[in-house]
Design a protein around this ligand. Sequence first.
Ligand SMILES: Cc1cc2nc3c(=O)[nH]c(=O)nc-3n(C[C@H](O)[C@H](O)[C@H](O)COP(=O)(O)OP(=O)(O)OC[C@H]3O[C@@H](n4cnc5c(N)ncnc54)[C@H](O)[C@@H]3O)c2cc1C
Ligand SMILES: *[C@@H]1O[C@H](CO)[C@@H](O)[C@H](O)[C@H]1NC(C)=O
Ligand SMILES: *[C@@H]1O[C@H](CO)[C@@H](O)[C@H](O)[C@H]1NC(C)=O
Ligand SMILES: *[C@@H]1O[C@H](CO)[C@@H](O)[C@H](O)[C@H]1NC(C)=O
Ligand SMILES: *[C@@H]1O[C@H](CO)[C@@H](O)[C@H](O)[C@H]1NC(C)=O
Ligand SMILES: *[C@@H]1O[C@H](CO)[C@@H](O)[C@H](O)[C@H]1NC(C)=O
Ligand SMILES: *[C@@H]1O[C@H](CO)[C@@H](O)[C@H](O)[C@H]1NC(C)=O
Length: 532
Amino acid sequence: MHWYLSLVAALAGCLVEPVVGVPHPTQQGTCKKTKVAILGGGVAGITAAQALTNASVHDFAILEYRDTLGGRAWHKPFGKDKDGKPYVIEMGANWDWEIQEERKIRSGSWWAQKYGLKTHYSNYDNVSTYNKDGYSDYSHLLDLYEDAYDIASQNAGEILTQNLQDQNAKSGLALAGWNPKSTDMEAQAVDWWSWDFEDAYSPLESSLAFGCAGDNLTSNYFSDHDNFVLDQRGFNMIFKKMASTFLRKNDPRLHLNTQVTNITYSDDGVTVHNKDGSCVEADYAIVTFSLGVLQNDAVKFSPKLPDWKQEAIQKFTMGTYTKIFFQFNETFWPSETQYHLYADPVTRGWYPIWQSLSTTGFLPESNIIFVTVTNEFAYRAERQTDEETKKEAMEVLRKMFPEKHIPEPTAFMYPRWTQEPWAYGSYSNWPPATSLEMHQNLRANAGRLWFAGEATSPTFFGFLHGAYFEGLDAGRQIAAVMQNRCVNANSTKLRECGPRKHYETLHGTSPYSDYTMLNGWAVDSFIDTNTD
Ligand SMILES: Cc1cc2nc3c(=O)[nH]c(=O)nc-3n(C[C@H](O)[C@H](O)[C@H](O)COP(=O)(O)OP(=O)(O)OC[C@H]3O[C@@H](n4cnc5c(N)ncnc54)[C@H](O)[C@@H]3O)c2cc1C
Ligand SMILES: *[C@@H]1O[C@H](CO)[C@@H](O)[C@H](O)[C@H]1NC(C)=O
Ligand SMILES: *[C@@H]1O[C@H](CO)[C@@H](O)[C@H](O)[C@H]1NC(C)=O
Ligand SMILES: *[C@@H]1O[C@H](CO)[C@@H](O)[C@H](O)[C@H]1NC(C)=O
Ligand SMILES: *[C@@H]1O[C@H](CO)[C@@H](O)[C@H](O)[C@H]1NC(C)=O
Ligand SMILES: *[C@@H]1O[C@H](CO)[C@@H](O)[C@H](O)[C@H]1NC(C)=O
Ligand SMILES: *[C@@H]1O[C@H](CO)[C@@H](O)[C@H](O)[C@H]1NC(C)=O
């Protein structure tokens, strides 16, 4: 599928003048005019556009920094197969959550089914354990963690339902019986694999209540059956297909290679200025940029975002999750096992999990394996050269498989997520002692400026399905407001309509009655996706 930048000529004449401090959109007459400006063409932006289309709002524009749709669902060619053709591997999102049979929505996620996405069951129990001397069975620690986690999660449920003070997940796990010593590196490896591998942050850096709630919600509303995407068209193919249901070839509403630099907003409208000098004037805008983009002031807002919004943006955290890919001329590791966990004797999180792709059902005979590092070690790898990182990682492999002669890789690659100016990191997380109220401020609109994306989902933050539900909700809500369907805010059909609630002052906790669709607690909306 090809997407073309088609409006360059039309926009070339757009006058650009500083609009600092002017609360109303400038009336220069040369900006492209549209009803809804969708800022970012990732999952949230594409879903918002589809939701608008479904509500008969066709006058929108999607402004996307890159030359492609999909955002953090992003792949690259890597290595080669027997015929010399490169494999397609995912730099970003890689796992797709299967939907429970009892939800009667087919097995496999609904988009995977719809578009025939090729995936394979990712079995987290299929893990071998290693330390500096090679294979070492400490898998009993995995069971100890699981037992404590179940207790911690129940306690987390009480924090949520009884509106109690949140805490960090490390203390929650310790009180539940999982309290690994800082010198017990096998336990530390299990701790990393059981928590950081998903959240990109350590238990100490994560909210107990919302870490556990997020886990529950994804496994309850989808399942704990995760499928690893191997589709050689790339994971973002499904989102491009979704976009092709409402965008035609050369659709003038799609502006690729368009970097938004300034956004002027008010209660009446929004003007968006782009780096190339073009501008768009809209009645509403939906900002779907990552939390990393917002935290890094990569886009200027005029007037400045209100204090409550700026605080919310800085209070949540943006993790970095880096997959480091290797291809060898042979598969020297036990290829029938999916995961290989390494406990470094000194450093927690040091090249900890090696995942084989050269495995039946994945990319057999590809001789590809990759190791995942998070935050501190992801930043470190980003600062190093490829050669430096490769050397360190190869030393780990040689410790894990001391009896093998390990050749140099024939291909090697990893992304540098914090340096991507359209992402500034991988995905968001909730730090300790957060509250739903705090998150409502992240999600709330500021005048005609709405926010959607992975980070604005309180239930599925960090995930593609979080971005999907948030794009869906923003698109539906804006359409409803535009079409005056919010007259009765008590309508059960729309549940919520109109501006979202925010708090000028945070109270620390939130009553359980606030955990509703209204605040993005999207638990019910799943069944509802196709109804308006
Ligand atoms: C390494 C990694 C692994 C992950 N693993 C999984 C996984 O296994 N499963 C899962 O469900 N999720 C996973 N995720 C998370 C998932 O990718 C995100 O939740 C989802 O893609 C976010 O979609 P979004 O639309 O909210 O944001 P984005 O995809 O970031 O979309 C925002 C868009 O805005 C654009 N943009 C940014 N700045 C500007 C600007 N100034 N002007 C114009 N456009 C701009 C960006 O280019 C981007 O296309 C992973 C992410 C990463 C990085
Ligand atoms: C955008 O913001 C930058 C930095 O604040 C400023 O220098 C520039 O003049 C602004 N451009 C527009 C079009 O508002
Ligand atoms: C839009 O409508 C189509 C057709 O009914 C449906 O498949 C799709 O899920 C809807 N999308 C959104 C975002 O509402
Ligand atoms: C992983 O699964 C494969 C295939 O079922 C099996 O042969 C292998 O022994 C398993 N490995 C572990 C560590 O459980
Ligand atoms: C998670 O689910 C378990 C089992 O249903 C429940 O006991 C617990 O309270 C839930 N925790 C949270 C934080 O929702
Ligand atoms: C892989 O390369 C190494 C040398 O780096 C060589 O010893 C080994 O035989 C090769 N394996 C295969 C399967 O060709
Ligand atoms: C919504 O319901 C509340 C409480 O039932 C009522 O006080 C309010 O007037 C209703 N609002 C509208 C717009 O009907």
